[in-house]
Design a protein around this ligand. Structure first.
Ligand code: ADP
Length: 338
């Protein structure tokens, strides 16, 4: 089994990023059997498909790398790298552009969503983004790709491209590409703002009190939890009792996610208690869970050399795995590579 998965580098990482995305990667890595491997990459090449600030992209790439390692991605067990250091991604995308059809890309709903009313002003990269995604996984002969609902269509496209390329350019008994299968990632928690239980916790919320940052000091974490918006009612004993109580539900859901329990299970313990009891318990759980992560994260952020070394080594391993497939692709297309 070879799993390939990418994440766009973003900065100002918070509890929502951890519980909703990063933790799942660490769990995927930890559940791999002997002989299987995970390639995790920072999708910095994808990031340039939208307007972006170069200095922010660089900082976010390093920050995300630090967060991934701090949250348990082991660069010895998994292959962790950023696309920009593996030119084969960009090369493979170009080679696959010859196989991908305009009609296929025109059907991609994400392009329609992201370009909105400004289709003519969208970058070409945004349009061909799914071909780069196909390159990302086909390059490594990925057998499995974790995909959420919004990415299913792009994986289908990758399979279509692989199939057409194999049909058009390869003998039946020697296809260049493996068709990757989707795996449904473990259900990710959706963490809401501490100030408004109907809004997602986000780095773009102007209030820092709305989120727990991965870089927050334990005192800060505790303060934010204690000041989190709630209502005057005690916690119910049953899940149904949280209906219409978005803030209460969010805090219980965070507790459940952090302790790997169900909301019902947490309510069975805390039902009837007020927030005067629940908030300190949640704060402590959060501090204890995040403390080792935050310490490692902040230490890595201060150690640029260590981060560079992790990415360089990951990229070297990725390039080595990619090379035979890249060579076979050039060869199949009749390109003289020297
Ligand atoms: P933000 O909303 O802070 O800008 P991003 O859009 O950069 O976050 O998200 C990066 C990753 O973290 C994505 O995989 C996204 O699904 C996940 N994520 C972000 N915010 C949350 C949240 N509040 N709850 C769960 N997952 C989240």
């Amino acid at each position: 089994m070879r799993i390939v998965s990418g994440i766009q580098p973003t900065g100002s990482l918070h509890l929502g990023n951890y519980l909703g995305a990063i933790r799942n990667w660490a769990r995927m890595q930890d559940s791999m059997e002997q002989g299987s491997e995970c390639l995790f990459f920072l999708a910095d090449l994808h990031a340039i498909s939208m307007p972006h600030d170069p200095a922010e992209l660089r900082a976010a790439t390093l920050e995300m790398t630090a967060a991934l390692v701090a949250c348990g991605i082991d660069p010895n067990r998994s292959i962790l790298f950023n696309q920009a250091q593996v030119p084969a991604h960009a090369e493979m995308q170009w080679l696959l552009n010859g196989t991908a059809r305009m009609g296929w890309l025109n059907r991609m709903t994400q392009f329609k969503d992201k370009s909105g009313k400004n289709r003519e002003g969208a970058s070409v990269a945004l349009f061909t983004y799914p071909v780069l995604q196909a390159a990302d996984v086909l390059l490594y002969q990925a057998t499995h790709v974790p995909v959420g609902e919004d990415q299913k269509q792009h994986l289908e496209l990758a399979r279509d491209i692989a199939q057409k390329f194999n049909n058009d350019f390869c003998p039946d008994d020697a296809p260049v590409f493996t068709l990757p299968d989707p795996i449904i990632p473990p259900e990710a928690a959706r963490i809401m703002s501490l100030r408004d239980g109907t809004m997602k916790m986000s780095k773009s919320d102007p209030s820092d009190m709305s989120r727990i940052n991965l870089s927050d000091h334990p005192d800060e974490v505790m303060k934010k939890v204690k000041k989190a918006k709630t209502d005057p009612e005690p916690l119910p004993s049953e899940v149904e009792g949280l209906a219409g109580r978005a803030e209460a539900l969010n805090l219980v859901a965070i507790y459940a996610a952090l302790s790997d329990r169900t909301v019902a299970d947490v309510l069975a313990e805390y039902g009837g208690q007020g927030f005067g009891v629940f908030k300190p318990a949640l704060g402590e759980l959060m501090v204890e869970t995040l403390r080792p992560i935050t310490e490692r994260f902040n230490a890595l952020l201060r150690d640029r050399e260590a981060l560079d070394a992790i990415l360089a080594r990951g990229a070297a391993r990725a390039r080595a795995i990619a090379e035979p497939t890249l060579a076979a692709t050039y060869e199949a297309l009749g390109l003289v590579r020297g």
